[in-house]
Ligand binder design. Structure first.
Ligand SMILES: [Zn+2]
Length: 88
């Protein structure tokens, strides 16, 4: 039996930012991808990592999967493709 939890990360390459935000427990009865998407949406996190452990107390854990969400990446690199504006 494996146990899983997810951690959301706030990432900004431009400011050398890589912060862990929140930890979520995974319901193994539900679809993993959908749960990860929900966590990313809640925290607006561009990166969510899933860790697995053999024990329920998570004393020993290892990285199981990493999800990247382009839509939640920071928009501060100033490239024109990320700039939206309205002209009148
Ligand atoms: Zn940034």
């Amino acid at each position: 039996m494996k146990y899983y939890f997810a951690v959301t990360y706030e990432v900004c390459e431009h400011n050398d930012l890589y912060l862990d935000m929140n930890e979520y427990t995974i319901d193994s009865a539900k679809d993993l991808d959908n749960q990860i998407k929900e966590f990313a949406k809640i925290d607006v996190a561009p990166v969510v990592k899933v860790y697995e452990s053999n024990t329920i107390d998570f004393k020993d854990f290892s990285l199981y999967k990493e999800y990247n969400f382009k839509e939640f990446e920071c928009g501060c690199d100033g490239s024109s493709s990320n700039v939206s504006y309205t002209s009148y």
